[in-house]
Design a protein around this ligand. Structure first.
Ligand code: ASP
Length: 345
């Protein structure tokens, strides 16, 4: 019998909480309790095993060392499972999905992150459906036995999105995530409809290459009308700083202040990599379009294309973790490594 196998990695977050009937407080469940709350899992024609973070964490406490732990678990179990489902708090799920997409080079199996806005033990929970569909996607194969979605993705509220394209957009409703600059890879209704031409195809001859190192000497600097020279100066002179994600206006524009361009030019000359992403959720940076963008290009700022902030930060930390020279970090920031930017190459 062809029975696919899925490893569930439970890191924490709201999905794994159950209301204690005595105190009313939300508490993290033990994986042994999962079957009790989601008896539907028994009906899967699928072998499901689990690994639990001990203790489970609120995703606000997620950090690169824990991403490395997740990658170690996946790498160790890679040959034994057809797919992986990561249960994760929603707050930083987009960062984790972006980081994993770079850390799991040559990934050829599904790694699907999901979570929920309401705990799995509550009556109106969105967690059950998210979990069940995520497992189904992680186990899904083509007739020739290859996985349908060999990518790091987030599944949430009926949509399967490329992980490094996602942003958390809602702290209230069930549709917590959005992929503004890349269409959904699949939509789950009565059927799960995959959009095959949007899904990355791995090179089967290349083995999984896990990466573990990050350099966190990165800052996000958001421009706003009235931003002060002394503050920009302080940020750009922070000791150890190696890269800046500069959140600009519109299609990549900044105020035309002599001091701003001088400071950015000097920072670039000191080897700091400055990446321009837009404060708009949808759209792409085009620095040649207006004089207010062109001046940034001339200062040595590079385009982040249509990167999400989560993706730009994690990609920079990932590349800097390889101790590459600034010129190489810039080149790779402008290369499409895992489907994270829209760029014809
Ligand atoms: N604070 C929680 C977390 O991110 C929220 C959630 O899971 O939705 O861990």
């Amino acid at each position: 019998m062809d029975c696919p196998s899925v490893l569930l990695i439970y890191t924490g977050g709201t999905i794994g909480m159950i209301e204690n009937p005595e105190t009313g407080a939300l508490e993290s469940f033990n994986f042994d309790e999962l079957l009790k709350n989601v008896p539907e899992l028994r009906r899967f024609n699928c072998r499901i095993s689990s690994y639990q973070f001990d203790p489970p964490i609120d995703s606000s406490d997620m950090e690169p060392a824990l991403w490395a732990k997740i990658v170690k678990i996946i790498n160790y179990n890679y040959d034994y499972f057809d797919g992986f489902v990561i249960l994760h708090g929603t707050d930083t799920m987009a960062y984790t999905a972006s980081a994993l997409s770079f850390m799991l080079e040559n990934l050829a199996k599904p790694v699907i992150l999901t979570g929920s806005q309401l705990p799995i033990g509550t009556l109106r929970t969105d967690g059950k459906e998210n979990l069940i569909t995520a497992i189904e996607i992680a186990a899904a194969k083509h007739p020739d036995g290859t996985p349908i979605v060999p990518e790091v993705c987030i599944f949430f509220e009926n949509e399967l999105m490329r992980g490094n394209r996602t942003t958390k957009i809602n702290a209230e409703n069930f549709n917590a995530f959005r992929s503004f600059n890349y269409p959904a890879l699949a939509k789950a209704g009565i059927h799960i409809r995959y959009d095959a031409h949007l899904i990355r195809r791995p090179d089967p001859s290349r083995p999984l290459k896990p990466h573990y190192l990050f350099d966190t000497n990165v800052v996000v600097l958001t421009l706003f009308p009235g931003i002060r020279e002394s503050i920009v100066n302080s940020v750009l002179h922070v000791s150890g700083l190696k890269a800046v994600v500069l959140k600009t206006f519109g299609s990549g524009n900044a105020p035309q202040k002599e001091w701003l361009i001088r400071q950015l030019t000097e920072a670039t000359e000191r080897g700091i990599v400055i990446v321009n992403i837009t404060q708009c959720q949808r759209g792409i940076v085009e620095m040649q379009r207006y004089g207010t963008g062109l001046q940034l290009l001339q200062a040595g700022v590079i385009s982040g294309y249509d990167s999400t902030p989560e993706c730009a930060v994690t990609k920079l930390m990932f590349l800097l973790g390889h101790e590459l020279p600034p010129a190489e970090v810039r080149r790779l920031m402008n290369s499409n490594l895992a489907g994270e930017i829209t760029k014809d190459e």
